[in-house]
Design a protein around this ligand. Structure first.
Ligand SMILES: NC(=O)C1=CN([C@@H]2O[C@H](COP(=O)(O)OP(=O)(O)OC[C@H]3O[C@@H](n4cnc5c(N)ncnc54)[C@H](O)[C@@H]3O)[C@@H](O)[C@H]2O)C=CC1
Ligand SMILES: O=C([O-])CC(=O)C(=O)O
Length: 314
């Protein structure tokens, strides 16, 4: 059984994510953490979530705290603390302000829960994953970000809709930045195990429109509904379940890569990784030349921004 801690639990995403996480059978304890001064909010949330467990007929212990040391003994720590973007902003615009929030959180997690697996969600997620890795002092396999997993799921749903097939028949992947420079791997996209380029309807596939839709999903939802909650919340829960179930699924998460993709690396970025109870393990892959050029440029962008941010934090 496992303890999952959510840091940033009073926020819109943190509070929603706690709901599916509390329902995962291998989770027996959920700790909702927030900043000092938020005790009442956290207590109310914990009480409501306890009621939700009762209504679902499950027994998960829900607690709340503003004391850093209480994250000790966590198996997984999900970090959603930090500012969200507003209409018109790019995720990258949040980098310095959120890095200043994530640094002390990462230091505290490294001190109190050095054996946990840390899932970074705060944006810009690739840069924040690097900040968490640096300041927690933990190993790369232990610290990863939600990366392009949600983007990959968004594309998967669009492809399933276009080909009129069940979503589980579609395998696809977006790698690179969780942001403008993300790279769809059309060469690795299959339906029922068949490459989509071998299917008759492929010639009409509106690839550019689909990618535009994926890239603008976050801003569309923020503009119309204030925040993205259900998509990322359930994506977070899927990852928690994959880790605790030691499932060895290949999911596209932000991990530190040295040179796993055609010698491109030295950044935390969305890549296919094997996810299990010990953490995340990027899978060395070969991709097509045009995809590689785009991935190289995405890695270059994130490496440069990460370098600037880490320098400013020193
Ligand atoms: N990677 C992804 O796919 C996604 C990432 N996000 C990111 O998750 C983060 C949270 O989003 P929301 O929950 O919508 O925002 P929110 O504003 O509702 O919640 C933010 C949370 O961060 C906490 N916080 C703010 N400043 C803090 C500080 N100085 N120290 C400690 N905690 C602090 C707040 O108390 C609150 O709990 C944002 O950075 C957002 O961009 C959101 C959706 C998807
Ligand atoms: O768009 C945002 O700012 C939130 C996010 O990362 C997403 O939903 O993809």
């Amino acid at each position: 059984m496992a303890k999952v801690t959510i840091i940033g639990a009073t926020g819109r995403l943190g509070s929603f994510a706690s709901h599916p996480i509390a329902g995962i059978p291998r989770v027996d304890e959920v700790l909702l953490m927030g900043r000092p001064g938020r005790e009442n909010l956290l207590a109310g949330l914990a009480h409501d979530l306890t009621d939700s467990c009762a209504a679902r007929g499950i027994w998960t212990e829900i607690s709340s705290s503003t004391r850093e040391e209480d994250c000790a003994d966590s198996d997984i720590i999900v970090i959603t603390a930090g500012a969200p973007r507003h209409e018109g902003q790019d995720r990258i615009d949040l980098a310095l302000a959120n890095a200043r929030i994530i640094r002390p959180i990462a230091e505290s997690v490294g001190r109190h829960a050095p054996n946990a697996i840390v899932m970074m969600v705060t944006n810009p997620v690739d840069v924040m994953t690097a900040v968490a890795l640096r300041y927690s002092g933990m190993e790369p396999k232990q610290v990863f970000g939600l990366g392009t997993h949600l983007d990959s799921m968004r594309l998967k749903a669009l492809i399933a809709d276009y080909f009129h097939v069940h979503v589980s028949e579609v395998h696809t992947r977006i790698i690179g930045e969780h942001g403008e420079s993300m790279v769809p791997l059309w060469s690795a996209t299959t339906i029922g195990g068949i490459r989509i380029s071998n299917l008759p309807a492929f010639s009409g596939l509106p690839m550019d429109e689909m990618m535009q839709r994926v890239k603008s999903s976050g801003s569309f939802i923020i503009k119309n509904n204030g925040a993205t909650i259900y998509g990322p919340g359930d994506a977070i829960a899927t990852l928690v379940e994959t880790i605790l179930g030691n499932e060895n699924r290949i999911l596209t998460v932000s991990s530190y890569i040295k040179s796993e993709v055609h010698n491109v690396g030295d950044a935390c970025i969305g890549v296919p990784a094997r996810v299990n109870r010990r953490g995340v393990f990027p899978v060395p892959i070969r991709i097509e030349e045009s995809e590689l050029d785009a991935f190289r440029s995405s890695v270059g962008k994130i490496r440069a921004i990460t370098g600037e941010i880490l320098e400013k934090l020193e």
